[in-house]
Design a protein around this ligand. Structure first.
Ligand SMILES: [Cu+2]
Length: 203
């Protein structure tokens, strides 16, 4: 009977696919997602979502994050970096654009200042919810230089459609250049009014 054979065949295919998916693919993927690279090897960055953009906080050349405190949050200090903490003096805060070096694991710790957002990097095939009061880490390793899109994948308000950003994957040299430029800018912005003349007048 032809119909009998085709029923058996289809059932077998469904069974094999189910075993592959539930028995191998999903557990392996879950393991891969939860297996974070060691902290020393990875670049750690804080991603702080707010309506309607993503803020980034990098530790700067000293590799140490400055303390953050809600009471310091202002327009010029959107992340609330403590100006009295020496570790925070060279910290880098950017809005909308993140630079990372190629071939180095990145751990992004997600949080939010207002509502629930979702930090989604389609090109890195990873994303995670950014929830007020929580720190949710995700990780990825960029393997190709270029500029990639970052989007908010959680309906978060009227401006949600425009909540986009860029991830720039640099060569290690380009990344160091960017880091240096940013750290110099941060040195002036983060500390209390400094009378020292800036060598770069242009913005
Ligand atoms: Cu959002």
């Amino acid at each position: 009977m032809r119909s009998g054979i085709s029923t058996h065949l289809e059932f077998s295919v469904v069974l094999i696919e189910a075993v592959l998916l539930l028995g191998f693919a999903i557990p392996l993927w879950a393991k891969r997602v939860n297996q974070f690279p060691p902290g020393k090897e990875a670049l750690v960055v804080h991603v702080v979502a707010q309506q309607f953009s993503f803020n980034y906080h990098l530790p700067g050349p000293d590799g140490q994050f400055g303390r953050r405190e809600v009471s310091f949050v202002s327009n010029s200090n959107p992340l609330g970096i403590d100006p009295n903490d020496p570790a925070g003096k060279d910290d880098i805060a950017t809005l909308g654009e993140l630079h990372v070096p190629v071939n180095r694991p990145v751990i992004a710790e997600l949080s939010s200042k207002d509502v629930i957002h979702d930090y989604f990097l389609p090109a890195m095939r990873i994303g995670g919810d950014a929830i007020p009061g929580s720190l949710i880490p995700i990780w990825f390793t960029p393997i190709k230089t270029g500029t990639y899109e970052v989007i908010c994948a959680q309906l978060c308000g009227l401006g949600h459609y425009g909540m986009k950003g860029t991830l720039v994957v640099d060569t290690p040299q380009d990344y160091q250049t960017w880091l240096k430029e940013r750290a110099e800018l941060a040195g002036g912005a983060q500390s209390a009014p400094s009378p020292a003349p800036s060598p770069s007048p242009g913005k």
